[in-house]
Design a protein around this ligand. Structure first.
Ligand code: FO1
Length: 321
């Protein structure tokens, strides 16, 4: 299959996007799925190159993700952190023993001159992942959060301060000059583009901030569908609802659909929010109402299958319009 040919491009960030990516990987042939992942959360810590969202997606697709946290690996041990603590080292960002191996090997390969794309491909293959996971860019982009307590580097705000300082603005340093991965620049032959149920401001916005990505989304004839990260006015995980409020949006799936605006043709809405269907459709976005909760692997498969059906139904509509 040629690159993009009738494939699905999924945009993903943290845990929600990774769960849907796993669902998609169970209903699509490996060569028909590419997951493009936010890297603006990446940072250097303890001398290591950490790529939290790439790892969350990679561990999920490999079936080794920690089911309690969503990030990190399952059956993890914490000996290195405990030893580091005893030595008075920095332990606010918790790296399990197995997870550390990923960061050590990524750092070694990057220092040897490999690109993040190549390193990601190798690590994912080693863990048995069969579909493509691509970082949104090989260049450095950093999320900076302007809060009521000043400017904070992303993980400082997210982990060290537990997302508590109120957010005034989010910016992606380096995004304006970063080169997006080619899969994000040519979306012509795709079956569909799926925005995962990831945080719109932290996970999807950095991808959209890369030069050429919005234009590629505008140009493609493939249906573009977003899956809601908000159910009943609450984020399934993380600070999306808090950020919607603090950034002046409606704290609802409607607020998310408005935020994506003309970038999407379809919106997957949770059944608990079915009363918002008409309001979202008035934005010019088709709506598909389903159960979007993904607790079990079967839930992930079911949501992925429903989203793909919606993508294909929209394709028929777009062809006839
Ligand atoms: N999130 C936390 O809330 N606390 C942590 O100690 C933590 C450690 C961590 C280690 C590796 C990794 O890949 C992710 C980790 N995360 C942790 C999650 C991470 O900060 C967030 O998931 C993302 O950056 C936001 O999507």
């Amino acid at each position: 299959m040629a690159q993009n040919d009738r494939g699905i491009l999924a945009l993903a960030g943290g845990v929600g996007g990774a769960k849907l990516a796993l669902g998609l990987s169970t209903v699509l042939p490996a060569e028909a799925l590419t997951v493009a992942v936010n890297t603006a959360d990446d940072f250097e810590h303890l001398g290591l190159s950490i790529s939290p969202d790439l790892d969350t997606v990679m561990y999920s697709l490999a079936g080794v993700a920690n089911p309690e946290t969503g990030w990190g690996r399952r059956d993890e041990s914490w000996n290195a952190m405990a030893a580091l603590e005893q030595l008075g080292g920095e332990t606010w960002f918790r790296l399990g023993d197995k997870d550390l191996a990923t960061h050590i090997e990524r750092t070694r390969r990057l220092r040897a001159g490999e690109t993040l794309l190549t390193v990601t491909r190798t690590l994912a293959e080693r863990l048995g992942v069969r579909c493509a996971i691509v970082p949104m860019t090989d260049d450095r982009v950093h999320t900076v959060v302007t809060t009521d307590q000043g400017e904070l580097a992303f993980q400082d705000w997210f982990v060290a301060r537990r997302c508590e300082p109120a957010v005034r603005e989010v910016r992606f340093e380096g995004a304006d000059v970063a080169r997006a991965n080619p899969v994000l620049l040519d979306m012509m032959g795709l079956r569909g583009v799926i925005f995962g149920p990831s945080n719109p401001f932290l996970s999807v916005a950095p991808i959209l901030a890369l030069p050429g990505v919005r234009a590629a989304l505008d140009r493609t004839r493939a249906p573009r569908v977003a899956v809601t990260p908000i159910v009943g006015g609450r984020a399934i995980k993380g600070p999306a609802a808090k950020m919607l409020a603090e950034l002046g949006h409606d704290v609802s799936a409607l607020g998310v659909a408005r935020y994506y605006g003309g970038l999407i043709d379809g919106f997957v809405l949770d059944q608990a929010d079915s009363e918002l269907k008409a309001a979202i459709e008035r934005l010019g976005t088709k709506v598909h109402v389903v159960d979007t909760m993904m607790q079990t692997d079967e839930d992930k498969r079911r949501l992925a299958a429903a989203t793909l059906e919606f993508v294909d139904a929209l394709a028929c509509r777009l062809q006839h319009s």
